[in-house]
Design a protein around this ligand. Structure first.
Ligand SMILES: *Cc1c(COP(=O)(O)O)cnc(C)c1O
Length: 388
């Protein structure tokens, strides 16, 4: 059994495989068993082995929560039935009258959560472009109680300065939440840069095989962890043990997968940038990207997502998505298989058209999740789909 001190010295690839997991003491099984039991026997009322009821805590889930916490450098981890359930639980730490500052180019469901669910509960949100961090300081109000950002953003892949915004949050004694779904802890560790909490949709890269929906919150803030732990149990949007097992299994190859995603995405982004049918390519690894330098500082790799604007708008973009065959036209991202999607029609349909236009989510914009297939097969697929 490794001591916590030994674990603290482990590098990311080792943590991804071993953190929170030990061979099963009964059988020696080296893979975490899926413990389906909803309840746990107590020796005497209130005397148990740390588990009472599977909504409150489950051994398979606990292994996943410990592994994710170790990867993000957090002391506490909580997992949920989806990324949206994680976000919903986290915003329940707020009270009516509170105000939130949120990045302007967030996951469509996060926008909808603040705009359609929290607003009627008297929690107001201001969405703003945080590329200029001084705008965040200017937008702060006395009642601002949380700052929320994604970086790289979705789908425009803007890069926000986590450390600078974290210091603004710290000055106001409020939490900075970073949705780290796109980068994963392999490429970016927000808590090291001063963020208070990280949220994830584990559905994406962390699981990596597009066969489970889940979410997580990681933090080292004791007061926040206590509240989130209470809310996890009280709201009850917890993941199944089977889904926890799948994410645990996916995590074991996270490092190897992310390195491969980055190499292929960098290659394809450069080739797309030179393609006559493409108006513009947005990828933080390209020197043409306005956030390239900042991304080089706060990330250890630029990710597997590429956004491209197809010349001619909706019709050519639609044709491209219909013609692709190695890339599937589908929502979601972060799996071993490559996916392409049209944010204006698909993932970001819940963002009003005027706001999409203001953000720059144009009708020719397609988002690519570069998978682990052979990169030459991926390029041939893109090139053929862009031919007219
Ligand atoms: C998918 C996603 C979510 C929501 O997660 P679900 O698991 O689909 O509920 C939140 N944030 C980002 C960045 C995402 O990509």
């Amino acid at each position: 059994m490794e001591t916590e001190n030994e674990q603290q010295r482990w590098a990311m690839d080792t943590l991804a495989i071993h953190a929170g997991q030990e061979p099963d003491p009964h059988s020696g099984a080296v893979m975490m068993p899926i413990v389906l039991s909803s309840t746990f026997a107590q020796e005497s009322p209130g005397q148990h082995k740390g588990f009472e009821y599977s909504r409150s805590g489950n051994p398979t889930r606990q292994a996943l929560e410990c592994c994710l916490a170790a990867l993000e450098g957090a002391s506490h981890g909580f997992t949920f039935a989806s990324g949206s359930a994680a976000s919903t639980t986290l915003v329940h730490t707020l009270s009516p009258g509170d105000h939130v500052l949120c990045g302007d180019d967030v996951y469509g469901g996060t926008f909808r959560l603040f705009d359609k669910v929290m607003a009627p509960m008297k929690i107001e949100t201001t969405f703003l472009d945080m590329q200029d961090a001084s705008r965040v300081a200017d937008a702060m109000r006395p009642e601002t109680r949380m700052i929320w950002m994604e970086t790289p953003t979705n789908p425009l892949l803007k890069i926000f300065d986590i450390a600078r915004v974290a210091s603004i949050a710290k000055d106001a004694s409020i939490p900075l939440v970073v949705d780290n779904t796109f980068a994963t802890p392999m490429l970016q560790r927000p808590l090291d840069l001063g963020a208070t909490a990280v949220v994830h949709s584990t559905t994406k890269y962390l699981n990596g095989h597009s066969d489970a929906v889940g979410g997580a919150i990681l933090t080292s803030d004791e007061a926040l962890a206590e509240r989130v732990g209470f809310l996890q149990n009280a709201i009850g949007a917890v993941p199944s043990p089977f889904d926890c097992y799948l994410v645990l299994r996916g995590l074991k190859t996270l490092g190897a997968r992310m390195r491969n995603h980055v190499v292929s995405a960098t290659d394809l982004a450069k080739r797309l940038e030179a393609h006559p049918a493409i108006e513009r390519v947005i990828y933080p690894g390209l020197s043409s990207h306005p956030g390239h330098e900042l991304a080089s500082r706060q990330m250890t790799g630029f990710g597997g997502m590429i956004t491209a604007i197809v010349r001619g708008g909706l019709e050519p973009a639609r044709q491209m998505l219909e013609k692709l065959s190695v890339f599937y036209c589908a929502e979601s991202l972060g799996g071993v298989e490559s996916l392409a999607e049209h944010p204006a029609i698909m993932t970001h349909a819940s963002v009003p058209p005027e706001q999409r236009a203001a953000l720059g989510i144009s009708d020719g914009l397609v988002r690519l999740s570069v998978g682990l297939e052979d990169v030459e097969d991926l390029w041939r697929d893109l090139d053929a789909a862009l031919a007219n």
